[in-house]
Design a protein around this ligand. Structure first.
Ligand SMILES: Cc1ncc(COP(=O)(O)O)c(C=O)c1O
Length: 298
């Protein structure tokens, strides 16, 4: 079984912003089936499961969860059973994401609101030889995979000054932040209303007070959007040929472009933006809202 994959590409964006250098870490291309930070967060969870003869991976998430789809892909790829508990007894279990999960062999169980809290914390009876992986795949084993992502960037661009990425449950940011050299700034862009420093300090041990963030680009909250965001996503695709989703990378790249324009980054900065994947979410989004955002072609 190969765990060591080639580095995902680091592409220089020929931006109009000549006072800084902008790079795109194409982590959306890191693994043949498990995109972006999902591969980074699941890698050591999968290794751990296989080494300890665990045969079932159990997790929770929303009906459009990138994490649950990635878990189902991982289960199929590495020969493990998977179970996904879905928030909401009325969740649309026939949407694009959950159809794909089921096609990968995942068992799907919608749960009532009264059970959200215990299930979120993994406080329910698991099948024998099963392990619980929290929402978004963010646990201690995930940090190791995200640390590797940072080391990869440092190897590809030793004088990187800033790393920029979307922030959801925070595992990716935590792994990178705890691994980085002191002179590198990490700029987290929350795609929902929260304070990343307070959020990470509650979950992980470590001092996150030096983490930079901007809370101005959540577009009203998790999975909320407006026409300005959709127009940006289409224009970005026209300009670069790269697809981005409306929940994570669309918002964070919108933020990055705005911050570059506002001269947030000092002259001479070498800024790496991590494309964290999530392209499956575009198909579900288009289906749900009858939209035509550019989708990834496999
Ligand atoms: C595509 C994508 N990008 C970014 C994130 C945010 O990562 P994290 O939850 O580790 O902050 C997620 C959610 O896990 C995601 O699915």
């Amino acid at each position: 079984m190969t765990w060591k994959l080639p580095y995902s590409p680091l592409e220089k964006i020929n931006a109009d912003y000549c006072e800084i250098s902008l790079y795109l870490k194409r982590d959306d291309l890191v693994h043949p089936t498990i995109e972006g930070n999902k591969w980074r967060k699941l890698k050591y969870n999968l290794k751990n499961a296989l080494a300890n003869r665990i045969n079932t991976l159990v997790s929770v998430g929303g009906a459009y969860s990138n994490h649950l789809l990635a878990l189902s892909q991982a289960g199929k790829h590495y020969g493990l059973k998977t179970q996904g508990y879905i928030y909401g007894s009325h969740a649309d279990v026939h949407n694009y994401t959950l159809r794909a999960c089921r096609n990968n062999g995942m068992e799907i169980f919608p749960i009532a609101k009264s059970l959200f809290e215990p299930y979120k914390k993994g406080m329910f009876v698991l099948p024998p030889d099963a392990v619980f992986i929290p929402e978004g795949g963010s646990n201690m084993l995930a940090l190791e995979g995200c640390r590797e992502l940072y080391l990869e960037i440092e190897d590809q661009l030793p004088d990187v000054t800033h790393i920029v990425l979307p922030f959801g449950s925070g595992g990716t940011t935590a792994g990178i932040y705890l691994a980085k050299k002191p002179q590198v700034d990490v700029l987290a862009l929350p795609i929902l209303k929260l304070n990343p420093v307070e959020h990470l300090s509650r979950i992980y041990t470590g001092d996150f007070s030096g983490l930079k963030y901007s809370g101005e680009y959540h577009f009203g909250g998790y999975a909320r959007f407006n026409d300005e965001l959709l127009t940006f996503i289409k224009a970005w695709h026209e300009k670069t040929g790269i697809v981005i989703d409306p929940v994570y990378n669309g918002k964070a790249l919108f933020a990055l472009c705005d911050l570059v324009e506002k001269k947030y980054f000092p002259e001479g900065s070498k800024v790496v933006y991590i494309h964290t994947g999530g392209s499956q979410g575009i198909c579900g989004f288009n289906e749900r809202y009858n939209c035509a955002l550019p989708e990834r072609k496999y």
